[in-house]
Design a protein around this ligand. Structure first.
Ligand SMILES: Cc1cc2nc3c(=O)[nH]c(=O)nc-3n(C[C@H](O)[C@H](O)[C@H](O)COP(=O)(O)O)c2cc1C
Length: 226
């Protein structure tokens, strides 16, 4: 897709982090810029900045006898933002091998019965999603393989494909911590040395490169222009 191509559609970039100076927010900004350069109209959803409340509530609780249930106005507004998007890129820190509560709550409340699932053709059918998860674990930590698997099962199988998405990829970005950390067999948290200067710049450049690679791949796998 070229910069001049204005038919790439709309991408909703969802950021789930409480700090705007986080590596997560930085990664989301870079992903948004790349999507824009590829011709997408980018809509940003910063869940924390918008004060999204991830707690399930009575208004948004599914009513299994009524798939036309009118949920809260806030939830319907979020549903419209999803409907307006052809692609979603969710950027988040991996917490306990999963998405943070902020992002999970958005899915719980907004990807609701009668909208995201529970119809022969869910309203999200055909959409595409890239999950960009930043993990503190170093790439050579044996925990990473299982983390990738559990994220793919939960996010792609359990959520996106269940809701009819045509494409879902988990881009796991390891080494998101400045200082490498791992837990040894005795349960001690081992925190490595922080790198500095040129080495540190190279570490972040490599991180950005890997993130960009996931976005590029996601773009390359897109269906023919709309
Ligand atoms: C509550 C919590 C749970 C975490 N769980 C994991 C985990 O399961 N695996 C992992 O590799 N890193 C885990 N981390 C580390 C974060 O993924 C890491 O700090 C984050 O991606 C760094 O990005 P940020 O600077 O944008 O927050 C966890 C951090 C917190 C605070």
């Amino acid at each position: 897709m070229t910069q001049q191509d204005s038919h790439a559609g709309t991408a909703l970039v969802v950021v789930a982090h409480h700090r705007t100076d986080s590596l997560t927010a930085h990664t989301a900004r870079r992903a948004a810029a790349r999507l824009e350069a590829a011709g997408y109209r980018v809509a940003l959803l910063d869940l924390h900045a918008e004060g999204f409340d991830p707690r399930m509530n009575v208004a948004d609780q599914p009513d299994w006898g009524n798939r036309e249930k009118r949920y809260s106005e806030e939830t319907h507004a979020h549903m419209r933002r999803i409907l307006d998007a052809d692609a979603i890129v969710a950027v988040f820190p991996v917490y306990w091998q999963s998405v943070p509560a902020l992002l999970k709550g958005w899915i719980d409340r907004v990807w609701n019965y009668g909208f995201a699932y529970g119809r022969s053709r869910p309203r999200l059918a055909g959409k595409r999603i890239l999950w960009l998860g930043l993990a503190g674990a170093p790439s050579d930590d044996p925990v990473v393989e299982g983390m990738q698997r559990v994220l793919e099962t939960g996010l792609s199988e359990g959520i996106a494909f269940y809701c009819g998405f045509s494409h879902s990829t988990v881009g796991l970005l390891t080494d998101a911590e400045e200082r490498p950390q791992r837990v040894d067999p005795e349960g001690n948290l081992l925190i490595g040395e922080a790198v500095a200067g040129a080495e540190r710049a190279a570490q972040y450049a490599e991180f950005d490169r890997r993130a960009e690679e996931f976005v590029e791949k996601f773009l390359a796998e897109e269906p023919a222009a709309l």
